[in-house]
Design a protein around this ligand. Structure first.
Ligand SMILES: *Cc1c(COP(=O)(O)O)cnc(C)c1O
Length: 458
């Protein structure tokens, strides 16, 4: 028997209350927050889809691993458990724990970057880009053309444009200290990268003697997409697919707050012994001794256990199907969304939903506020508010006006998601009456976190 309902492959062991609020209470709360969802107290949010980073539910076995943690400063047994879990899955020779992903990026690019250097990627995540640029190097995105079309249904929209990369390496290989593939492509809609693309990128990198690093936050979701969509992988285990993915890489950065199922943590791993030695010296300066990085022994154990759970087929089947369930329901009711559904998030297309609101009146912000007021749902604007202010002070429309609904791992059930769908149906109906916003106050950089807004009159 093949049943249609994909049930959560877990039952609830410990619960957290969701504070219920009314539309009137939420209207007051969002006004007090100057219409900025980052400024809302979390207790005023019913369904929090701001991010999938560090917001997942740990398992019974991870909580047990926390109790098993050993806090010895050097050479803790928790470090041995962590190191062998990471090594068994990814095979990298040198593993360097950090407090989260960006700390690994900071160390890696401090060693590889510098003025006149160029770091190409499919798409740099924003902290990766910031850490590359902070060293004076240039971060460039070479996403495949399919990835640029939000309405196109293609299996691997996270792929790098191999021809463009070849062209860059032919002319500038000596300025390229590393190539980065972000798997899945977070900033590009959570879209996967195919094994063929990883292999082709690796072969190209080896030809030019440039190392390939995988920004690995959603490695397990990416492996599941390969298993589902790429010919030849349907009968392989996710662990086998992960082994093959990393056989093509020279190193990795990781945020353990994503697929490794922890609330904090990360690491840098590399096969380059000299680089590892220099990285450990930097680690001691800012993160901690090399057998704990910025983490407690108990965190290392929670990550080691989380890695085993992340590659479970039952979990990944549920994870990808449940994200797709939201995307398909919205698509079916005519709510404009980025296709196909990503692994960790659904992206609502505010430009298509709210054509009456011009980009500089922030349609994504208008949609995000409406979702909150009408349903207590917190998403994240990814559009002109986030990207519209240039370093020279000028303002321009972003390429896309999206609202990201990121799904925390193992946290919400199908009824929560059915509720999100119902709220979106309501938003779809009132969409023609929604109005834009103007910014009344903003900081010089990263304005989306703290900017203050005011609704525009009809
Ligand atoms: C979250 C993330 C990072 C940064 O990790 P943090 O743990 O938030 O510092 C880097 N790259 C990608 C693709 C991410 O999603």
């Amino acid at each position: 028997m093949d049943y249609q309902t994909i049930i959560e492959p877990f039952r609830i062991h410990s619960v957290e209350p969701i504070p219920m609020t009314t539309v009137a209470e939420r209207s007051d709360a969002i006004r007090d927050a100057h219409y900025n969802l980052f400024q809302l107290p979390a207790r005023k949010v019913m369904i929090d889809l701001l991010t999938d980073s560090g917001t997942g539910a740990m398992s019974r076995d991870q909580w047990a691993a926390i109790q098993h943690g050993d806090e010895s400063y050097a050479g803790s047994p928790s470090w041995e458990i962590f190191e062998s879990a990471v090594h068994d899955l990814f095979g990298c020779a040198h593993i360097i724990p950090t407090h989260q992903g960006r700390a690994a990026e900071r160390i890696l690019f401090a060693l590889l970057g510098g003025p006149s250097k160029i770091v190409p990627a499919n798409t740099h995540f924003d902290t990766t880009r910031a850490n590359v640029e902070y060293t004076g190097a240039k971060a460039i995105d070479l996403l495949c053309s399919e990835g640029l079309d939000p309405e196109l249904d293609a299996p691997f929209k996270g792929n790098i444009d191999v021809a463009a990369l070849a062209n860059l390496l032919e002319h500038n290989a000596s300025d390229v200290p590393a190539v980065v593939l972000t798997i899945t492509n977070n900033s590009g809609g959570g879209q996967p990268v195919s094994m063929a693309n990883i292999r082709a990128t690796s072969e190209l990198c080896r030809r030019f003697d440039v190392p390939l690093y995988l920004d690995s936050c959603r490695f397990a979701e990416n492996a599941w997409f390969i298993r589902q969509r790429e010919p030849g992988y349907a009968t392989k285990s996710v662990t086998e697919i992960v082994h093959e993915m990393y056989s093509w890489a020279d190193g990795m950065t990781m945020s353990a707050k994503k697929d490794p199922m922890a609330n904090i943590g990360g690491w840098l791993a590399t096969n380059d012994e000299l680089l590892a030695e220099r990285a450990r010296t930097m680690l001691i300066l800012t993160e901690g001794f090399p057998t704990y990085g910025g983490l407690a022994g108990r965190d290392l154990e929670a990550i080691a256990q989380g890695l085993q759970e992340a590659v479970s087929h039952d979990y990944l089947q549920y994870r990808i199907a449940s994200t797709g369930y939201l995307g398909n329901a919205l698509d079916a009711m005519g709510f404009p969304v980025v296709r196909p559904s990503g692994g960790h998030a659904i992206y609502l297309d505010a430009r298509r939903l709210l054509p009456q609101i011009p980009p500089l009146e922030y349609p994504g912000q208008a949609l995000a506020v409406a979702l909150y007021e009408l349903g207590g749902i917190r998403g994240c604007e990814i559009g002109t508010v986030m990207f519209g202010r240039a370093p020279d002070g000028s303002e321009h429309p972003s390429a896309l006006e999206l609202v990201r609904l990121a799904i925390p791992r193992r946290t919400y059930t199908q009824s929560h998601i059915d509720y999100v769908v119902e709220v979106c149906e309501n938003v779809l109906q009132v969409a023609p009456s929604l109005r834009g916003y103007r910014i009344t106050k903003e900081p010089p950089t990263l304005r989306h976190f703290t900017a203050q807004f005011e609704p525009l009159a009809h």
